[in-house]
Design a protein around this ligand. Structure first.
Ligand code: AMP
Length: 176
């Protein structure tokens, strides 16, 4: 784990002032460009959740889909996409969360999960934790249990675990 964490730390690219001034964007495309590293990321999540009775992987658009799709396929469990407002075609449930200015919503198909489901919520990165918290609430609205919130990258200096204190949180690399 420590080795993978260090490899990720060295590979993830910082892009200053994207998408707006003051934000340092953590670019995961160099990770995706290395089939060996990408495989190790998916394997690390797979090893962690294989024996936990997980029935679905819930991933957040859009970079979460890259890791979530690969993990669900590897684990042989359903993949559930969570999207921003008005993108999903069928009946949806929705959860709203606070942004720095205003609010945003995430949605999931109403028949995506149900009672008895045990899910891992996965995204590429957790910053304030607002998106992951809203996604966990969607899962719970449909009767599912959230086993863990999982991320490739955790921006620990934004203290996402405070907001997510109700759930176990796991990340492969942390930036302090
Ligand atoms: P948050 O709801 O604040 O935890 O933000 C998490 C979402 O925003 C994730 O889907 C991330 O992909 C994206 N995000 C936030 N901050 C960054 C960043 N510095 N670099 C890359 N993606 C980010």
């Amino acid at each position: 784990m420590a080795e993978l964490s260090e490899k990720l730390r060295r590979t993830i690219r910082d892009v200053p002032d994207f998408p707006k001034p003051g934000i340092i964007f953590k670019d995961i495309t160099p990770v995706l460009k290395s089939p060996e590293l990408f495989r190790k990321v998916i394997q690390a999540f797979c090893d962690r959740y294989r024996e936990k009775g997980v029935t679905a992987i819930v991933a957040i658009e859009s970079r979460g889909f890259i890791f979530g799709g690969a993990l669900a396929e590897r684990m042989g469990v359903p993949f559930v996409p969570v999207r921003k407002k008005s993108k999903l075609p069928y009946k949806t449930v929705s959860a709203t969360y606070e942004l720095e200015y205003g609010t945003d919503s995430v949605e999931m198909h109403a028949d995506a999960l149900g009672q008895g489901d045990r899910v891992v919520v996965l995204d590429d990165l957790v910053a304030t934790g607002g998106t992951a918290q809203a996604t966990a609430r969607l899962c719970e609205q449909l009767g599912a249990e959230v086993v863990e919130l999982a991320f490739v990258i955790e921006l620990a200096f934004l203290h996402p675990r405070k907001k997510l204190s109700k759930y176990p949180v796991f990340s492969l690399v942390t930036f302090d």
